[in-house]
Design a protein around this ligand. Structure first.
Ligand SMILES: Nc1ncnc2c1ncn2[C@@H]1O[C@H](COP(=O)(O)OP(=O)(O)O)[C@@H](O)[C@H]1O
Ligand SMILES: [Mg+2]
Length: 506
């Protein structure tokens, strides 16, 4: 239910007036001229047209799609050329500067009549006044939530962007932008909001797949230390006894059906043995070596696969960490820092195992609802090629919603990110994007994105973004807020790194 509203008493607050254009005002397009040169606006801003219709207030929300300057003196090609040829600019003869106007073109998004929000079915009137949308109106139009996640502010009106938790995350979120646009910063802001969240508002857990160790700071600051578990990939291990032959097939997709079946037999024999509570890859390899009935080629291939996996030093007798233990309480953050692993196979195996375990635990309701943040998602879940972790990410993308397992996929190359996974992300936060292929791709994959928004993507500043999709009623431009807790800086300048290297040598 939307509370009213907007009692406009003072029309001097208006920023502009609706004019009659060639094909406007219509239900699709409204043109208005700005009041004077001191009024600032920007493409994408949300403004309102306020009218009284038979004593009823009608508020129409417009999104500015284009801003143009007009000056009647320069309308005629002929006269402009004649005066310039005579080496006397127009400006020496006419008061041209007083006749420059700013014309804004807006797209009507919806209207509020009394307390009802609905589609625009009738145009606004020429002469109607245009105002900045105030906080109350924007909140209602955009669908913000007082108890939501506070991510930033809308430009000019400076309304806090507070997004409903369920709407933002339930059906997955994708954060897409070039490198340096502020994706990781935004994800950190999201983590802060989730970690600071009151139990009475409903708290969820967070798992971060962090290939570059960017999120380590959460485990170092006083505010979050107690809630956070940092797992360095060098210390991560998988209990071999928890793996089926089909898990091995995921890690080594080149394994043949025959090899997988033989491996399954050996694992089944291990499981039947009373004294075999724990076993490692070496135990499996030994068992294969002594299995005389195996064909030599199968035996050699299996040993080859397992030896290769063994060299990664991920496999062991026990799981570390115990995910169920680490995540069974609410409001927990667990970060998998993969930066100490250089090979993609190890990173993908760790990610696959972690995600599979978590999804399994969530299905059993053994841990609280969880958000899984995947940085560099195009590496873990690529389009057009296979990858060990692709299957589980796509599975969670498709089925996670039912089991309160949400994904936040972060990528600087949306074109290379699995279409299956991306199309399941119902909310997109898009920040600065330059590559025309990526822009074109986003136009096709992000629902509710129009040409105006696409054109503005390269112009966004660091920390600015557009939220589209399930989380908001209309595409929302906003500036991501500063972090509340600044972690110790992990990023050094080139000078600092050079000096530090020199000092360490001494
Ligand atoms: N909203 C913001 N407010 C302040 N600083 C920001 C904001 N967004 C990004 N930054 C800064 O810009 C730099 C790049 O941001 P980052 O999140 O690492 O980009 P990305 O992950 O897209 O490569 C970082 O130093 C970060 O602190
Ligand atoms: Mg980043």
């Amino acid at each position: 239910m939307i509370k009213m509203l907007f009692k406009i008493k003072d029309t001097s607050l208006a920023i502009g007036t609706v004019i009659t254009g060639k094909d406007s005002p219509s239900t699709q397009k409204v043109e208005f001229v700005l009041r004077n040169e001191h009024v600032k606006t920007f493409r994408g801003e949300l403004v309102i047209v306020h009218e009284m219709i038979h004593d009823k207030e009608r508020v129409t929300l417009l999104q500015i799609t284009e801003i143009q300057k007009v000056n009647m003196y320069y309308q005629s090609v002929d006269s402009a050329r004649i005066y310039e040829n005579a080496h006397r600019g127009f400006e020496s003869v006419f008061p041209t500067d007083q006749w420059e106007y700013v014309l804004c073109i807006g797209k009507p998004l919806g209207e509020l009549v009394q307390t009802e929000l609905r589609r625009v079915t009738f145009p606004v009137s020429p002469g109607a006044k245009v105002y900045r949308a105030n906080e109350n109106i924007l909140k209602n139009f955009l669908g913000f939530d007082e108890h939501g996640l506070y991510l930033g502010h809308t430009p000019t009106a400076n309304v806090p962007v507070k997004v409903n938790l369920d709407r933002l995350l339930r059906k997955h979120l994708a954060i897409l932008a070039i490198s340096g646009a502020g994706k990781s910063h935004t994800a950190s802001v999201l983590l802060e909001e989730l970690l600071f969240r009151k139990a009475s508002d409903g708290r969820i857990n967070i798992v971060v797949i962090d290939p570059h160790g960017e999120y380590r700071g959460f485990s170092e600051v006083e505010e979050f230390k107690a809630q956070t578990t940092l797992v360095d990939a060098a210390e991560f291990s998988i209990a071999v006894k928890n793996l089926s032959a089909w898990d091995f097939l995921t890690f080594k997709p080149d394994m043949s059906p025959v090899q997988t079946r033989e491996l399954d037999k050996i694992i089944q024999e291990f499981k039947k043995k009373e004294d075999m509570h724990y076993y490692g890859l070496i135990d499996l390899i030994k068992a294969i070596e002594t299995k005389k009935e195996l064909k030599a080629s199968t035996r050699d291939a299996l040993i080859g696969w397992l030896e290769n996996l063994n060299r990664s030093r991920i496999f062991s007798l026990q799981d570390h960490p115990d995910l169920e233990e680490a995540l069974k309480q609410q409001g927990r953050l667990i970060i998998f820092d993969l930066s100490s692993r250089y090979d993609s196979q190890s990173k993908e195996i760790i990610t696959t195992y972690v995600l599979k375990q978590i999804f399994k635990l969530r299905r059993k309701d053994a841990i609280p609802p969880v958000l899984i943040v995947v940085e560099e998602a195009h590496q873990f879940c690529p389009e057009g090629r296979s990858s060990i972790s692709k299957g589980i990410i796509e599975t969670i993308a498709r089925e996670g919603r039912k089991f309160f397992t949400s994904l936040c996929l972060i990528s600087q190359r949306p074109v290379n990110l699995s279409v299956t996974a991306l199309s399941q992300c119902n909310t997109h936060l898009i920040m600065r994007i330059r590559n025309p292929y990526d822009i074109d791709y986003i136009g096709r994959t992000s629902e509710g994105i129009d040409k105006m928004i696409l054109r503005s993507l390269p112009d966004l500043d660091v920390g600015e973004g557009i939220l589209v999709g399930n989380a908001v009623n209309y595409p929302t431009f906003f500036k991501v807020r500063e972090r509340r807790v600044k972690p110790p800086r992990f990023e050094m300048t080139l000078e600092e790194a050079a000096k530090q290297f020199e000092e360490n040598k001494r």
